[in-house]
Design a protein around this ligand. Structure first.
Ligand SMILES: [Zn+2]
Length: 172
C-alpha cells in the first residue's frame, strides 16, 4: 500500500507539468473567399485588420487541406452574419449597404467581429466597429476599438469557448 501511494505521489508532479495552467492557445480560424464574388479582397483586409488587433486568434485564408471555419457569400441584401459556435459561422457581404455607400472593409471587419463573439452595439460612433450602420456612411474606420479588441481577446483566452450562442443572425 505504501508503495502505491509513493508511485502516485511521483506521477502527480508530471501531470501538473504536462498541462501548464497558463498555457496560451492561439486559435486559427480559416475563412473561405471562394464564393465571396467581387468582395474577396475586402474579407482579406478584414482578416488582416483583426490579425493586427488581437493575438489570441488568427484569421487565415483557407488552403487546399485546411478546414473552413468561416463561409463567405455575397448577395443583394443587407450584410449579415449567421454565427455558429465562437469562431465559426457564415457571413454575407450585402450590396444593399455597399450601394448606399458604406465602406466595404469596415463592413467585412464588422461581420468577422460577430464571428469572434461581438454583438451589435449601435453607439453611432465611427470609432466603434460594432456600431455598424448606426455610424455615418462617411465612416471609413475599419479597425476594432481597443475595448472591442480586448473583448475578443477575452473570448478566446486560453482557448476557452463559450458553450452557447444566443442569436441566429446578426443583420448589420
Ligand atoms: Zn452587425
Amino acid at each position: 500500500m505504501r508503495k502505491l501511494i509513493l508511485a502516485i505521489a511521483m506521477v502527480l508532479p508530471f501531470i501538473g507539468m504536462a498541462v501548464p495552467a497558463n498555457a496560451i492557445q492561439i486559435r486559427t480560424l480559416y475563412y473561405d473567399t471562394s464564393q465571396a464574388q467581387e468582395f474577396a479582397g475586402d474579407w482579406d483586409t478584414a482578416a488582416a485588420n483583426w490579425n493586427k488587433s488581437v493575438t489570441d486568434v488568427r484569421m487565415v485564408k483557407r488552403g487546399a487541406n485546411t478546414p473552413v471555419n468561416v463561409r463567405i457569400f455575397a448577395d443583394n441584401g443587407w450584410p449579415r452574419t449567421y454565427p455558429g459556435s465562437l469562431g465559426s459561422g457564415t457571413v454575407y457581404m450585402g450590396r444593399e449597404a455597399v450601394n448606399e455607400g458604406f465602406y466595404r472593409p469596415r463592413i467585412a471587419t464588422h461581420e468577422f467581429g460577430h464571428i469572434l463573439g461581438l454583438p451589435d452595439n449601435r453607439t453611432g460612433r465611427c470609432s466603434d466597429l460594432m456600431s455598424g450602420h448606426s455610424a455615418p456612411i462617411s465612416c471609413k474606420s475599419d479597425l476594432p476599438s481597443p475595448a472591442e479588441a480586448a473583448q475578443v481577446q477575452r473570448n478566446f483566452q486560453n482557448g476557452l469557448v463559450p458553450s452557447t450562442v444566443n442569436v441566429t443572425v446578426y443583420v448589420d
